[in-house]
Design a protein around this ligand. Structure first.
Ligand code: ADP
Ligand code: GN1
Ligand code: MG
Length: 386
């Protein structure tokens, strides 16, 4: 994608001012994201432009319908909430000249644009407990803001996204085909995955029989999908809303455990560095329960610690499957990166397995401190799947 193309895409949006330049942002694994500088009469403006990944998202128009619904809903809430800033507290979409919230190029690419949230930064690896607390609060608040939006009003942008048994079947299929001849190199990770098949069904089974409620959840709650304020260090905006759709609160909490409790990066090669840090976990759970403790059911609370293991395992399994398949899904910046990512996730699962009882104790203490959980009937939100 050249600067010239971005200039053209920019011109298709109803944005005042002139295009100045575009820079590629290398962070996410999925979409192509650019920071665009523009100049208007009053000075410089910045925008985020994204080309939606068509391989991952098969129906971008439905995805954008979700996006519009979610951001409008949140914005309306923030406009009435004390101390909230609707300009920075959610993504603000910009419209194309066609009137749609995306631009479809002649090549078949879907583009969207939103206002750049300034004076903010992302965190790829949490280093301090306050950051984990902020992450927990931000995604808990996000779930709360969407709790009165009808789950069935959103499209499923990626069917069976967190469905671990399906992910496992796909893994086994790819493994037995081994068309890229990579299974031998991944023998350790493959063995780790195969040993853990029995745990894969726990959450999907509980959702299917109504023990767990279906909610609107973010479904991609890694810490770098939050913008943090440069001055205060507080979470300002939850981003990357492509997978916000019906799901389980446990998918969100589990992915937060994966990405806020270890000081090692997602693709760490030195597995001795991959450990769950208990003070980070405590800080995360504290922040999350401060927002979500009121609406979570006892069943959800009972599976919080397990969700960390399951979601970390599932994402490791997806990295491993993608490695075996030739890196078709997750963007890689070097050969073998998806295998490193898989091994690091599995290392973290191992650390969580070893510390499971201490993690459970930590949740019990946090709940005891605040008198939660309250009785089930006093909570609202979340509908069982029929
Ligand atoms: P992906 O789906 O590929 O992960 P994201 O939507 O997470 O893409 O965006 C990638 C990166 O772009 C983010 O990590 C962040 O650095 C930056 N970004 C996205 N939206 C904004 C925004 N509105 N304001 C500032 N930075 C943003
Ligand atoms: C992808 O888009 P990004 O980079 O925030 C992926 C998540 C994975 C994550 C692993 C749509 O998230 O599911 O957990 O990578 N998103 C999609 O880092 O597949
Ligand atoms: Mg992202």
């Amino acid at each position: 994608m050249t600067e010239h193309d971005l200039r053209l895409v920019f011109s298709r949006f109803a944005i005042p001012g002139d295009f100045v330049r575009a820079r590629f942002i290398k962070v996410g694994h999925i979409n192509d994201t650019y920071l665009v500088d523009a100049m208007n009469k009053t000075g410089r403006d910045q925008y985020i432009f994204q080309r939606i990944n068509r391989f991952v998202f098969r129906d971008p128009e439905r995805l954008m319908a979700n996006f519009e619904k979610i951001t409008r809903h949140i914005r309306a809430k923030l406009e009435h909430a004390k101390g909230c800033d609707p300009e920075r507290g959610t993504l603000n979409l910009l419209y194309a000249r066609s009137g749609q919230c995306f631009y479809l190029s002649p090549e078949g690419d879907y583009w969207r644009a939103y206002r750049f949230v300034g004076e903010a930064h992302i965190i790829n690896v949490a280093t301090r407990p306050e950051q984990a607390t902020e992450a927990g609060r931000a995604f808990g608040f996000f779930q709360k803001l969407l709790s009165d939006l009808e789950a069935s009003s959103l499209h499923e942008t990626i069917p069976f996204f967190h469905h671990t048994p399906r992910r496992f079947s796909r893994f086994k299929e790819v493994l037995s085909g081994d068309t890229c001849l990579r299974a031998a190199e991944a023998r350790d990770a493959v063995a780790f995955a195969l040993e853990r098949e029995p745990m894969t069904t726990v959450i999907t089974a509980a959702l299917a029989d109504g023990r767990l409620p279906l909610r609107i959840t973010h479904n991609d709650t890694k810490i770098n999908n939050i913008l943090f304020d440069n001055r205060t260090g507080k979470a300002v905006c939850v981003i990357d809303l492509d997978t916000t759709m019906p799901g389980s609160s446990l998918y969100d909490f589990g992915d937060m455990v994966r990405t806020t409790t270890s000081f090692a990066p997602e693709d760490e090669r030195d597995l001795a560095k991959v450990e769950l840090e208990m003070d980070m976990f405590q800080a995360l759970a504290d922040g999350y329960l401060a927002e979500a403790g009121d609406f979570l059911t006892e069943e959800e609370i009972g599976l919080l610690v397990f969700s960390g293991r399951l979601v970390t395992f599932t994402i490791g399994l997806r990295f491993l499957t993608d490695f075996l398949e030739g890196d078709a899904y997750f963007r890689v910046h070097r050969p073998g990166q998806n295998l490193d990512r898989a091994r690091a996730q599995f290392g973290l699962v191992r650390s969580m397995e070893a510390q499971a009882e201490t993690m459970e104790q930590c949740v019990r203490e946090l709940l005891g401190k605040t008198g939660r959980p309250r009785s089930r009937s006093s909570r609202s939100g979340g509908k069982p799947i029929s």
